[in-house]
Design a protein around this ligand. Sequence first.
Ligand code: F6R
Length: 258
Amino acid sequence: MKIRVFPTAELATVYVAALVESLITREPHPVLGLATGATPVLLYRQLVAFHRQGLSFAHVTTINLDEYVGLAPDHPQSYRRFMEEHLFRHVDIPPTQTHVPNGMAADLAAECARYDALLAAHPIDLQILGIGHNGHIGFNEPEGALKTRTHVVTLTAETLRANARYFPDPGAMPRQAITMGLESILQAKAIILMAFGADKAQIVQAALSGEVSTAVPASFLQMHPNVTFVLDAGACQLLTPPEHWGVSFPLLEQGQFT
Ligand code: F6R
């Protein structure tokens, strides 16, 4: 487990974007696991900037973590629409190589099975994650038991509260979502979890505490052989940094963020 701390979310994002760029440049058929939410918005902006400077996504496949049940792909709050607006429509990735669960599927169990088959056919090289205030990753909510594969989840009151800000009518927010499961996330060859802001400090501390618990789904990441937590100053403020965390501010003076 690596932890990289940067003074700001912008600088942390440049670091992650450079890692994504290097993967895309290096691999003939890279598969990116992607998240939505506030945390990766800057990352997608930076990747779009890299594209304008010549980085091609034509050979990239993307697989998103989750989608609301009952929202059409073009619904303003759907995660498919989010990805189109923040990344897909601004780069040269063929639409057939972008994957988001279909929240409108008539048979949700069949949709979950389809997504698992997709994941089996396209092992994820690099999974990008955010973290919910309750420790969820994807929409794997804290529960007595966590599901391994793609499944339909009932969103917790805390997640509904956190995401209500995106819905003009919070009452119309879906109560269910389709999400990749914990095992599918942990099967990615490399994982980067980004957490920004002091409001994430407590859950970051819980996720990195050294204990693994279904009460904090992100804590399972500690068991992954190649996971990096990328934090800003706010999100790391409850951590006491031991030497081996490799806490660093390598990009502080380079001003690379565009
Ligand atoms: C979204 C997702 C969620 C978010 C998490 C944090 O695809 O998988 O787990 O990463 O809810 O959301 P933000 O970044 O909005 O704080």
